[in-house]
Design a protein around this ligand. Structure first.
Ligand code: F6R
Length: 248
């Protein structure tokens, strides 16, 4: 696992964006697995900027997002479709038909089938990830078992509390989401995990300073993938107790 330590969250976002851009530059037809959430938000302005400076085109790029809240329509301000349109898609030359985010407002079972099919026919060259305070990736929450494929997840209490900052109240945070499973995440060619904030230190310690793989800390399953890059700022790296590492 490769660890990149940067000076700041802003620098981490630039680093993550550069990794995504290098994938698109080497393959203009690349498929990007994307993430939402507070951490990933700082990555998208760099992609938009690169497009505006004509350093890259997203015309032939496809994207698949990790997850979507169930019960929110695409135009709800906190839906992940709205997030992606607002921060990225509306500002670049991507074909909207080439962007897939599961729908949280359609019948769930057909949507699971649809999402699974998209993951099969659009293999991801790279998957961007954030991590939850409880170690979740996508909405794969800690538990005795994890699911490999697309499924409906019940959000953990910790996730609801953490995501309440985006809603008027905790009660408004949806309780369920449709998400890629850990098997789907591990199928991406490369994985880039971006993290910031002291509340992520404990789970990153389990990922970066221990050999354990446990469903109780879902991000530890990333140890099973051969091309993972973790990007974190100096402050968080100090709390985790890691330094830069470039092993294959
Ligand atoms: C978002 C996602 C989540 C977030 C995670 C971290 O699409 O799947 O796993 O990456 O909850 O969220 P932030 O960055 O808001 O702390």
């Amino acid at each position: 696992m490769k660890i990149i330590i940067t000076d700041s969250y802003a620098a981490s976002c630039r680093e993550a964006a550069n990794l995504l851009l290098s994938v698109v530059k080497s393959n203009p037809h690349a498929c990007l697995g994307l993430a939402t959430g507070g951490t990933a938000q700082g990555v998208y302005p760099h992609l938009v900027e690169a497009y505006k400076q004509q350093l890259v085109s997203f015309k032939e790029v496809r994207t698949v997002n990790l997850d979507e809240y169930i019960g929110l329509k695409p135009d709800h301000p906190q839906s992940y479709r709205h997030y992606m349109d607002t921060y990225f898609f509306d500002h670049v030359d991507i074909n909207p038909l080439n962007t897939y985010i599961p729908s949280g407002s359609q019948l769930v079972q057909p949507e699971i089938t649809n999402f699974s099919r998209i993951l099969e026919i659009w293999p991801r060259d790279v998957q961007l990830l954030g991590v939850g305070v409880n170690g979740h990736i996508g909405f794969n929450e800690p538990g005795e078992v994890l699911q490999a494929g697309v499924h409906v997840a019940t959000l953990d209490e910790a996730t609801i509390k953490a995501n309440a900052r985006f809603f008027a109240s905790e009660a408004e945070v949806p309780k369920t989401a449709i998400t890629m499973g850990v098997g789907n995440i591990l199928q991406a060619g490369k994985i880039v995990l971006l993290a910031t904030g002291s509340q992520k230190a404990a789970v990153l310690q389990k990922l970066l300073t221990s050999d354990e793989v446990t469903t109780q800390v879902p991000c530890t399953l990333l140890k099973l993938h051969r091309d993972v890059t973790v990007i974190l700022d100096r402050e968080l790296a100090r709390q985790v107790g890691v330094s830069s590492r470039f092993t294959e």
